[in-house]
Ligand binder design. Structure first.
Ligand SMILES: Cc1cc2nc3c(=O)[nH]c(=O)nc-3n(C[C@H](O)[C@H](O)[C@H](O)COP(=O)(O)OP(=O)(O)OC[C@H]3O[C@@H](n4cnc5c(N)ncnc54)[C@H](O)[C@@H]3O)c2cc1C
Length: 389
Protein backbone atom coordinates (compact mmCIF):
# COMPACT_ATOMS: atom_id res chain seq x y z
CA UNK A 1 0.00 0.00 0.00
CA UNK A 2 3.00 2.29 -0.41
CA UNK A 3 2.48 5.43 -2.45
CA UNK A 4 4.95 4.53 -5.17
CA UNK A 5 1.98 2.61 -6.58
CA UNK A 6 0.12 5.90 -6.88
CA UNK A 7 2.98 7.84 -8.43
CA UNK A 8 3.50 7.32 -12.10
CA UNK A 9 6.89 5.61 -12.13
CA UNK A 10 7.79 4.59 -15.66
CA UNK A 11 8.43 0.96 -16.58
CA UNK A 12 12.13 1.85 -16.66
CA UNK A 13 12.02 3.18 -13.09
CA UNK A 14 10.13 0.12 -11.93
CA UNK A 15 12.77 -2.11 -13.54
CA UNK A 16 15.55 -0.25 -11.67
CA UNK A 17 13.52 -0.41 -8.47
CA UNK A 18 13.22 -4.17 -8.87
CA UNK A 19 16.99 -4.56 -9.24
CA UNK A 20 17.56 -2.37 -6.16
CA UNK A 21 15.01 -4.31 -4.11
CA UNK A 22 16.68 -7.59 -5.10
CA UNK A 23 20.05 -6.18 -4.00
CA UNK A 24 18.53 -5.04 -0.69
CA UNK A 25 16.96 -8.45 -0.13
CA UNK A 26 20.28 -10.19 -0.87
CA UNK A 27 22.07 -7.96 1.66
CA UNK A 28 19.36 -8.18 4.35
CA UNK A 29 20.72 -11.38 6.01
CA UNK A 30 24.02 -9.63 6.82
CA UNK A 31 22.81 -6.01 6.87
CA UNK A 32 23.28 -5.71 10.64
CA UNK A 33 26.94 -6.72 10.27
CA UNK A 34 27.43 -4.37 7.31
CA UNK A 35 25.91 -1.47 9.22
CA UNK A 36 28.40 -1.96 12.07
CA UNK A 37 31.27 -1.66 9.62
CA UNK A 38 33.61 1.33 9.49
CA UNK A 39 35.41 -0.08 6.45
CA UNK A 40 34.03 -1.46 3.19
CA UNK A 41 31.91 -4.54 3.94
CA UNK A 42 33.12 -6.70 1.09
CA UNK A 43 30.12 -9.02 0.92
CA UNK A 44 27.80 -6.03 0.60
CA UNK A 45 30.04 -4.35 -1.96
CA UNK A 46 30.17 -7.57 -3.99
CA UNK A 47 26.36 -7.78 -4.22
CA UNK A 48 26.16 -4.12 -5.25
CA UNK A 49 28.99 -4.54 -7.78
CA UNK A 50 27.36 -7.61 -9.30
CA UNK A 51 24.03 -5.77 -9.73
CA UNK A 52 25.52 -3.09 -11.99
CA UNK A 53 23.51 -0.43 -10.12
CA UNK A 54 26.52 1.89 -9.79
CA UNK A 55 26.24 2.46 -13.54
CA UNK A 56 23.30 4.73 -12.66
CA UNK A 57 25.63 7.33 -11.13
CA UNK A 58 28.00 7.74 -14.10
CA UNK A 59 27.17 9.26 -17.50
CA UNK A 60 27.00 7.08 -20.62
CA UNK A 61 30.24 7.14 -22.55
CA UNK A 62 32.19 6.48 -19.35
CA UNK A 63 30.59 3.19 -18.36
CA UNK A 64 27.31 4.68 -17.15
CA UNK A 65 23.70 3.94 -17.96
CA UNK A 66 22.33 7.15 -19.44
CA UNK A 67 23.55 10.43 -20.93
CA UNK A 68 22.49 12.46 -17.89
CA UNK A 69 21.95 11.15 -14.38
CA UNK A 70 18.33 10.56 -13.41
CA UNK A 71 17.58 11.83 -9.87
CA UNK A 72 14.28 9.92 -9.76
CA UNK A 73 16.01 6.63 -10.57
CA UNK A 74 18.67 7.39 -7.94
CA UNK A 75 16.06 8.28 -5.30
CA UNK A 76 14.09 5.11 -6.00
CA UNK A 77 17.28 3.04 -5.74
CA UNK A 78 18.36 4.67 -2.46
CA UNK A 79 14.90 4.17 -0.99
CA UNK A 80 15.15 0.45 -1.70
CA UNK A 81 18.74 0.08 -0.48
CA UNK A 82 18.24 2.09 2.72
CA UNK A 83 15.23 -0.07 3.59
CA UNK A 84 17.74 -2.82 4.23
CA UNK A 85 21.13 -1.25 5.06
CA UNK A 86 22.64 2.21 5.58
CA UNK A 87 26.06 0.86 4.59
CA UNK A 88 24.65 -0.38 1.29
CA UNK A 89 22.92 2.96 0.68
CA UNK A 90 26.11 4.87 1.41
CA UNK A 91 28.25 2.68 -0.84
CA UNK A 92 25.85 3.38 -3.70
CA UNK A 93 25.15 7.06 -3.00
CA UNK A 94 28.74 8.11 -2.47
CA UNK A 95 29.84 6.64 -5.81
CA UNK A 96 27.72 9.39 -7.33
CA UNK A 97 28.24 12.19 -4.81
CA UNK A 98 32.00 11.55 -4.84
CA UNK A 99 32.39 11.43 -8.61
CA UNK A 100 29.87 13.94 -9.94
CA UNK A 101 32.32 16.89 -9.93
CA UNK A 102 34.52 14.73 -12.13
CA UNK A 103 31.58 13.85 -14.42
CA UNK A 104 30.67 17.50 -14.99
CA UNK A 105 34.02 19.24 -14.58
CA UNK A 106 36.81 16.76 -15.34
CA UNK A 107 39.03 16.51 -18.42
CA UNK A 108 38.25 13.68 -20.85
CA UNK A 109 41.49 12.04 -19.75
CA UNK A 110 40.49 12.05 -16.05
CA UNK A 111 36.97 10.91 -16.80
CA UNK A 112 38.21 8.06 -18.97
CA UNK A 113 40.66 7.01 -16.27
CA UNK A 114 38.25 6.95 -13.32
CA UNK A 115 34.57 6.94 -14.25
CA UNK A 116 34.35 3.45 -15.81
CA UNK A 117 35.93 2.10 -12.60
CA UNK A 118 33.41 4.05 -10.48
CA UNK A 119 30.55 2.61 -12.56
CA UNK A 120 31.92 -0.91 -12.10
CA UNK A 121 32.58 -0.28 -8.37
CA UNK A 122 36.23 -1.08 -8.98
CA UNK A 123 37.21 2.38 -7.74
CA UNK A 124 35.59 4.06 -4.73
CA UNK A 125 34.88 7.79 -4.84
CA UNK A 126 35.14 10.42 -2.09
CA UNK A 127 34.19 14.09 -1.80
CA UNK A 128 36.32 16.09 0.63
CA UNK A 129 34.74 19.40 1.70
CA UNK A 130 34.43 19.40 5.51
CA UNK A 131 37.40 20.35 7.69
CA UNK A 132 38.10 19.93 11.39
CA UNK A 133 36.91 23.49 12.06
CA UNK A 134 34.55 24.00 9.13
CA UNK A 135 31.22 22.26 8.42
CA UNK A 136 28.17 24.10 7.12
CA UNK A 137 30.06 27.32 6.40
CA UNK A 138 32.24 26.01 3.57
CA UNK A 139 33.45 29.46 2.56
CA UNK A 140 35.57 29.37 5.73
CA UNK A 141 37.73 26.41 4.59
CA UNK A 142 41.48 26.74 4.99
CA UNK A 143 42.73 24.01 2.63
CA UNK A 144 44.61 25.64 -0.22
CA UNK A 145 45.20 24.80 -3.87
CA UNK A 146 48.16 26.55 -5.40
CA UNK A 147 49.53 26.58 -8.96
CA UNK A 148 53.20 25.64 -9.20
CA UNK A 149 54.48 25.41 -12.80
CA UNK A 150 52.15 22.95 -14.54
CA UNK A 151 51.10 21.40 -11.24
CA UNK A 152 48.62 22.02 -8.44
CA UNK A 153 49.67 21.76 -4.81
CA UNK A 154 47.06 20.85 -2.17
CA UNK A 155 47.65 21.63 1.47
CA UNK A 156 45.26 21.18 4.42
CA UNK A 157 43.05 18.79 6.36
CA UNK A 158 39.66 17.30 5.66
CA UNK A 159 37.45 15.70 8.27
CA UNK A 160 34.49 13.30 8.47
CA UNK A 161 35.00 12.21 4.87
CA UNK A 162 32.83 9.28 3.81
CA UNK A 163 34.99 6.54 2.29
CA UNK A 164 38.06 8.29 3.74
CA UNK A 165 40.82 5.70 3.72
CA UNK A 166 38.81 3.38 1.44
CA UNK A 167 38.41 5.65 -1.59
CA UNK A 168 40.57 5.45 -4.70
CA UNK A 169 40.36 9.21 -5.23
CA UNK A 170 38.93 12.34 -3.60
CA UNK A 171 37.42 15.43 -5.19
CA UNK A 172 38.88 18.06 -2.88
CA UNK A 173 37.63 21.61 -2.27
CA UNK A 174 40.27 24.25 -1.56
CA UNK A 175 40.86 27.98 -1.66
CA UNK A 176 42.75 29.20 -4.71
CA UNK A 177 43.63 32.88 -4.81
CA UNK A 178 40.35 34.70 -4.04
CA UNK A 179 38.10 31.82 -5.10
CA UNK A 180 37.43 28.16 -4.42
CA UNK A 181 38.57 25.36 -6.70
CA UNK A 182 38.26 21.62 -6.87
CA UNK A 183 40.88 19.08 -7.74
CA UNK A 184 40.96 15.30 -8.08
CA UNK A 185 43.54 13.73 -5.79
CA UNK A 186 44.24 10.00 -6.22
CA UNK A 187 44.44 8.21 -2.87
CA UNK A 188 47.92 6.98 -3.77
CA UNK A 189 49.33 10.53 -4.04
CA UNK A 190 52.50 11.25 -2.08
CA UNK A 191 51.76 13.46 0.92
CA UNK A 192 48.14 12.30 1.34
CA UNK A 193 47.47 10.36 4.52
CA UNK A 194 44.16 8.96 5.73
CA UNK A 195 43.41 8.10 9.33
CA UNK A 196 40.39 6.30 10.70
CA UNK A 197 37.62 8.81 11.39
CA UNK A 198 35.22 9.19 14.32
CA UNK A 199 33.27 6.19 15.58
CA UNK A 200 29.71 7.53 15.30
CA UNK A 201 26.41 6.16 16.63
CA UNK A 202 25.57 4.81 13.18
CA UNK A 203 28.93 3.37 12.03
CA UNK A 204 30.06 4.76 8.71
CA UNK A 205 33.25 4.62 6.64
CA UNK A 206 34.77 7.89 7.84
CA UNK A 207 38.29 9.16 7.41
CA UNK A 208 40.40 12.16 8.38
CA UNK A 209 42.60 13.26 5.50
CA UNK A 210 45.82 15.27 5.59
CA UNK A 211 47.19 16.84 2.41
CA UNK A 212 50.80 17.67 3.04
CA UNK A 213 51.93 19.51 -0.10
CA UNK A 214 50.23 16.97 -2.36
CA UNK A 215 51.22 17.62 -5.99
CA UNK A 216 48.93 16.68 -8.87
CA UNK A 217 49.13 17.76 -12.53
CA UNK A 218 46.92 20.64 -13.72
CA UNK A 219 44.89 18.04 -15.68
CA UNK A 220 43.44 16.95 -12.31
CA UNK A 221 41.61 20.24 -12.01
CA UNK A 222 37.80 19.92 -11.90
CA UNK A 223 35.83 22.79 -13.38
CA UNK A 224 37.09 26.32 -13.80
CA UNK A 225 39.61 27.81 -11.35
CA UNK A 226 37.72 29.64 -8.60
CA UNK A 227 34.33 28.17 -9.63
CA UNK A 228 34.09 25.11 -7.38
CA UNK A 229 30.83 26.24 -5.78
CA UNK A 230 29.15 25.83 -9.13
CA UNK A 231 30.33 22.18 -9.23
CA UNK A 232 29.06 21.60 -5.70
CA UNK A 233 25.73 23.17 -6.56
CA UNK A 234 25.39 20.87 -9.55
CA UNK A 235 26.16 17.88 -7.34
CA UNK A 236 23.58 18.94 -4.75
CA UNK A 237 21.01 19.61 -7.44
CA UNK A 238 21.17 15.97 -8.52
CA UNK A 239 21.95 14.17 -5.25
CA UNK A 240 20.21 16.07 -2.43
CA UNK A 241 16.84 14.60 -3.38
CA UNK A 242 18.38 11.12 -3.39
CA UNK A 243 19.06 11.49 0.37
CA UNK A 244 15.33 12.11 0.66
CA UNK A 245 14.92 8.71 -1.01
CA UNK A 246 17.11 7.19 1.73
CA UNK A 247 14.89 8.85 4.34
CA UNK A 248 11.76 7.37 2.79
CA UNK A 249 13.32 3.89 2.75
CA UNK A 250 14.37 4.09 6.36
CA UNK A 251 11.01 5.51 7.46
CA UNK A 252 9.16 2.72 5.66
CA UNK A 253 11.36 0.11 7.33
CA UNK A 254 10.53 1.63 10.74
CA UNK A 255 6.78 1.58 9.99
CA UNK A 256 7.01 -2.06 8.86
CA UNK A 257 9.01 -3.12 11.94
CA UNK A 258 6.61 -1.38 14.31
CA UNK A 259 3.55 -2.81 12.54
CA UNK A 260 4.93 -6.35 12.61
CA UNK A 261 5.57 -6.03 16.34
CA UNK A 262 2.31 -4.31 17.22
CA UNK A 263 0.18 -6.85 15.38
CA UNK A 264 1.83 -9.88 16.99
CA UNK A 265 2.33 -8.72 20.58
CA UNK A 266 -0.72 -8.56 22.81
CA UNK A 267 -1.20 -6.58 26.00
CA UNK A 268 -4.48 -6.09 27.88
CA UNK A 269 -5.86 -8.95 25.76
CA UNK A 270 -5.43 -7.16 22.44
CA UNK A 271 -2.71 -6.61 19.85
CA UNK A 272 -0.74 -3.46 20.68
CA UNK A 273 -1.94 -1.92 17.41
CA UNK A 274 -5.48 -1.84 18.80
CA UNK A 275 -4.46 0.13 21.90
CA UNK A 276 -5.33 3.61 20.59
CA UNK A 277 -2.04 5.38 21.15
CA UNK A 278 0.11 2.67 19.56
CA UNK A 279 -1.99 2.44 16.42
CA UNK A 280 -2.12 6.22 16.17
CA UNK A 281 1.65 6.45 16.54
CA UNK A 282 2.31 3.99 13.75
CA UNK A 283 -0.42 5.43 11.52
CA UNK A 284 1.08 8.91 12.00
CA UNK A 285 4.40 7.54 10.80
CA UNK A 286 2.72 5.92 7.84
CA UNK A 287 1.15 9.28 6.94
CA UNK A 288 4.56 10.97 7.33
CA UNK A 289 6.36 8.43 5.16
CA UNK A 290 3.71 8.43 2.43
CA UNK A 291 3.80 12.24 2.28
CA UNK A 292 7.59 12.18 2.21
CA UNK A 293 7.58 9.66 -0.63
CA UNK A 294 5.14 11.71 -2.69
CA UNK A 295 7.25 14.85 -2.17
CA UNK A 296 10.49 13.01 -2.91
CA UNK A 297 9.28 11.46 -6.15
CA UNK A 298 7.79 14.79 -7.22
CA UNK A 299 10.97 16.74 -6.48
CA UNK A 300 13.16 14.07 -8.09
CA UNK A 301 10.93 14.08 -11.12
CA UNK A 302 11.28 17.88 -11.42
CA UNK A 303 15.06 17.54 -11.01
CA UNK A 304 15.22 15.15 -13.97
CA UNK A 305 14.72 17.93 -16.50
CA UNK A 306 16.36 20.89 -14.77
CA UNK A 307 18.08 20.02 -11.48
CA UNK A 308 19.40 23.48 -10.65
CA UNK A 309 16.06 25.28 -11.07
CA UNK A 310 14.40 22.81 -8.72
CA UNK A 311 16.98 22.74 -5.93
CA UNK A 312 14.46 24.31 -3.53
CA UNK A 313 12.10 21.39 -4.06
CA UNK A 314 14.98 18.96 -3.50
CA UNK A 315 15.78 20.76 -0.24
CA UNK A 316 12.14 20.58 0.85
CA UNK A 317 12.08 16.86 0.03
CA UNK A 318 15.30 16.27 1.97
CA UNK A 319 13.95 18.08 5.04
CA UNK A 320 10.53 16.41 4.85
CA UNK A 321 11.84 12.88 4.28
CA UNK A 322 14.74 12.84 6.73
CA UNK A 323 12.68 14.45 9.49
CA UNK A 324 9.88 11.94 8.75
CA UNK A 325 12.40 9.10 9.00
CA UNK A 326 13.56 10.39 12.39
CA UNK A 327 10.00 10.61 13.71
CA UNK A 328 9.07 7.19 12.31
CA UNK A 329 12.10 5.52 13.90
CA UNK A 330 11.46 7.24 17.23
CA UNK A 331 7.76 6.33 17.28
CA UNK A 332 8.58 2.75 16.28
CA UNK A 333 10.94 2.40 19.24
CA UNK A 334 8.22 3.76 21.52
CA UNK A 335 5.61 1.41 20.07
CA UNK A 336 7.89 -1.57 20.67
CA UNK A 337 8.55 -0.73 24.31
CA UNK A 338 11.59 -2.42 25.81
CA UNK A 339 12.08 -4.55 22.66
CA UNK A 340 12.79 -1.40 20.69
CA UNK A 341 15.72 -0.62 22.95
CA UNK A 342 17.64 -3.85 22.54
CA UNK A 343 21.07 -3.44 20.99
CA UNK A 344 21.34 -5.40 17.74
CA UNK A 345 17.60 -5.33 17.01
CA UNK A 346 16.60 -3.97 13.63
CA UNK A 347 14.65 -1.06 15.06
CA UNK A 348 17.55 -0.01 17.28
CA UNK A 349 19.73 0.06 14.16
CA UNK A 350 17.14 2.07 12.22
CA UNK A 351 16.87 4.52 15.13
CA UNK A 352 20.63 5.16 15.02
CA UNK A 353 20.84 5.16 11.20
CA UNK A 354 18.08 7.78 10.95
CA UNK A 355 20.06 10.35 12.89
CA UNK A 356 22.91 11.34 10.53
CA UNK A 357 20.46 11.85 7.65
CA UNK A 358 19.35 15.13 9.22
CA UNK A 359 22.93 16.40 9.53
CA UNK A 360 24.86 15.53 6.36
CA UNK A 361 24.39 16.93 2.84
CA UNK A 362 22.72 20.02 4.31
CA UNK A 363 21.53 19.96 7.93
CA UNK A 364 17.78 20.55 8.26
CA UNK A 365 18.27 24.03 9.75
CA UNK A 366 20.73 25.05 7.02
CA UNK A 367 18.23 24.02 4.34
CA UNK A 368 15.35 25.77 6.10
CA UNK A 369 17.52 28.86 6.36
CA UNK A 370 18.11 28.88 2.60
CA UNK A 371 14.40 28.23 1.94
CA UNK A 372 13.50 31.17 4.19
CA UNK A 373 15.87 33.36 2.18
CA UNK A 374 14.15 32.20 -1.01
CA UNK A 375 10.75 33.13 0.45
CA UNK A 376 12.11 36.56 1.31
CA UNK A 377 13.43 37.09 -2.24
CA UNK A 378 10.14 35.99 -3.82
CA UNK A 379 8.19 38.30 -1.48
CA UNK A 380 10.50 41.21 -2.35
CA UNK A 381 9.96 40.52 -6.08
CA UNK A 382 6.18 40.50 -5.61
CA UNK A 383 6.30 43.74 -3.66
CA UNK A 384 8.49 45.38 -6.32
CA UNK A 385 6.03 44.17 -9.01
CA UNK A 386 3.10 45.74 -7.13
CA UNK A 387 4.90 49.08 -6.90
CA UNK A 388 5.57 49.09 -10.68
CA UNK A 389 1.98 48.21 -11.69
C1 LIG B 1 27.90 10.30 8.47
C2 LIG B 1 28.52 11.55 7.92
C3 LIG B 1 29.16 11.52 6.69
C4 LIG B 1 29.77 12.66 6.18
N1 LIG B 1 30.43 12.60 4.97
C5 LIG B 1 31.04 13.69 4.49
C6 LIG B 1 31.76 13.64 3.25
O1 LIG B 1 31.81 12.60 2.58
N2 LIG B 1 32.40 14.76 2.82
C7 LIG B 1 32.35 15.92 3.51
O2 LIG B 1 32.96 16.88 3.06
N3 LIG B 1 31.68 16.01 4.69
C8 LIG B 1 31.01 14.94 5.18
N4 LIG B 1 30.34 14.99 6.38
C9 LIG B 1 30.30 16.25 7.12
C10 LIG B 1 28.97 16.95 6.93
O3 LIG B 1 28.89 17.48 5.65
C11 LIG B 1 28.85 18.01 8.06
O4 LIG B 1 28.62 17.31 9.26
C12 LIG B 1 27.75 19.00 7.77
O5 LIG B 1 28.10 19.84 6.70
C13 LIG B 1 27.45 19.87 9.00
O6 LIG B 1 28.62 20.46 9.47
P1 LIG B 1 29.01 20.30 11.01
O7 LIG B 1 28.76 18.89 11.41
O8 LIG B 1 30.37 20.85 11.18
O9 LIG B 1 27.95 21.17 11.78
P2 LIG B 1 27.99 22.76 12.00
O10 LIG B 1 28.26 23.45 10.72
O11 LIG B 1 28.87 23.05 13.17
O12 LIG B 1 26.48 23.02 12.40
C14 LIG B 1 25.92 22.48 13.61
C15 LIG B 1 24.44 22.67 13.58
O13 LIG B 1 24.16 24.06 13.56
C16 LIG B 1 23.02 24.33 12.77
N5 LIG B 1 23.39 25.28 11.70
C17 LIG B 1 24.58 25.37 11.05
N6 LIG B 1 24.55 26.36 10.14
C18 LIG B 1 23.33 26.93 10.22
C19 LIG B 1 22.68 28.01 9.54
N7 LIG B 1 23.28 28.71 8.56
N8 LIG B 1 21.41 28.31 9.91
C20 LIG B 1 20.79 27.63 10.88
N9 LIG B 1 21.34 26.60 11.55
C21 LIG B 1 22.58 26.25 11.23
C22 LIG B 1 22.56 22.97 12.23
O14 LIG B 1 21.57 22.46 13.10
C23 LIG B 1 23.77 22.11 12.32
O15 LIG B 1 23.44 20.73 12.47
C24 LIG B 1 29.71 13.87 6.90
C25 LIG B 1 29.04 13.91 8.14
C26 LIG B 1 28.44 12.76 8.64
C27 LIG B 1 27.75 12.83 9.96
Amino acid sequence: MASEQLFDLSDGHRAIQKVARDVAAAVEPFAAEADESSGVHERTAAVLRESGLARQVVPAGYGGESETLDPLALAVVREALMYSSAHLDSLFGMQGVGSYSLSVGGSDEMKAEWLPKVAALEAIAGLALTEPDVGSDLRAITTTIERRGGDLVVRGRKSFITNGGAASFYCVLGKEDDGYSMVLVPASSAGLTAEQGADIIAPHILGELTFDDVVVPETHRLGEPGKAFSLMLQTLAVFRVTVAGSGVGLGQAAVDEATAHATTRTQFGRPLLELGAVGQNIASSWADVESARAMTYRAASLARTDPLSHLDHSSIAKVVATEAAGRAADRAVQSMGRFGLVRGSKIERLYRNARPLRVYEGATEVLLDSLARRLGKEAAKKQAGKKVS
